[in-house]
Design a protein around this ligand. Sequence first.
Ligand SMILES: Nc1nc2c(ncn2[C@@H]2O[C@H](COP(=O)(O)OP(=O)(O)OP(=O)(O)O)[C@@H](O)[C@H]2O)c(=O)[nH]1
Ligand SMILES: [Mg+2]
Ligand SMILES: [Zn+2]
Length: 376
Amino acid sequence: MRVIVGSTPPGHAHHRGGDLLCVVRALLKKIRRRVLVGDRVLVGGVDWADRRGMIEDVFERRAEVADPPVANVDRIVLLFSLDQPQPEPATLTRFLVEAESTGIPFLLVFNKVELVDDKTISYWRDRLKSWGYDPLFLSVDQKSGLSALEEMLEGQTTVIVGPSGVGKSSLINALRCNQNISEEDPIHKLVEQNSKWFGEQRVGTVSKKSGKGKHTTRHVSLLPIVGGGFLADTPGFNQPSLMKVTKKGLAETFPEIRKMLAENEPSKCLFNDCVHLGERGCVVKGDWERYPYYLQLLDEIKIRESFQLRTFGTKREGDVRYKTGVMGVKQAEPRLELKKHRRVSRKKINQSILDDIDDDLDEDNWFEVKQHSRKR
Ligand SMILES: Nc1nc2c(ncn2[C@@H]2O[C@H](COP(=O)(O)OP(=O)(O)OP(=O)(O)O)[C@@H](O)[C@H]2O)c(=O)[nH]1
Ligand SMILES: [Mg+2]
Ligand SMILES: [Zn+2]
């Protein structure tokens, strides 16, 4: 992995930092502590002449995006294109849900505006507005609308995600080219010395037949951009996994539901932890565009959670704990996983399902639920 080093120890005056090519210490792999793009790491055994070293530890992460895996991200840019490929509402929803679930601020951007007429642009603007979003429209090819985005990304670490072929790598190239990197920024000065960081991201074509991209970008990489800050290019994919989204959390990722619940304060839904299937006393009415997507995703997550419950005895993913390590910095490490080969007893599964139902309900609601389950 390539690690940027801000400064070197005293006595190494002739090496002004730069970057090191590092291997990851075997122990980290053994305890399955993954090193992600964007991680701050502890490097040891440095050979300054050869610019090599070893990643010995990983510092605590401020934020983490699971899909694609990038650490310490300040912002997500969700990129789609208005044509070639056209936006698909179901895919768009999946990406939006995934971005909402990270809790990291994100920006929805539509590229290739020059391929469509004004009517199409306002159609998508209005449609997205009814979902609760205010997207940015631009064209990388025509270099229009880029400066608004540029300003927002300054000094931050941003990860750009979206389907294949929408122009993620093209956008990154546009934000990196024809500009001088700020002289004051020490990291950028260091980066300047290494031409690898200046290579353009490869751009692919979109298939004429299907209108889809060809998965040109294969790796996640963090690239320095204008005005300081980094932008992570990622491979395009159509199916964010939604692994971190829970059955209870899903509603929170839809602005439409958040709005309906806020408008109905303080009454809310009859059930305390209603999952909004339109039961009696549910205020999330079924007459909004994305309700079918909500129900579809809820089904998918339910299936996944019950699978996780059966396989691991827990539905909670990626538990980490913190300990203070070398240099007094808190570091995250994964909790030990249950041994996979040990079968979870049926009794234990039933107990955890009961516990789950228990947290879902107030005592007053018990009767309702029994009624419900009898009907089914
Ligand atoms: N018409 C038009 N084409 C564009 C624009 N921006 C990018 N493209 C084209 O879209 C195609 C795909 O661009 P890429 O940047 O490779 O797309 P990507 O999102 O990185 O794709 P993956 O790496 O496969 O995920 C290329 O042929 C680009 O030239 C634009 O604003 N207008
Ligand atoms: Mg790409
Ligand atoms: Zn409800």
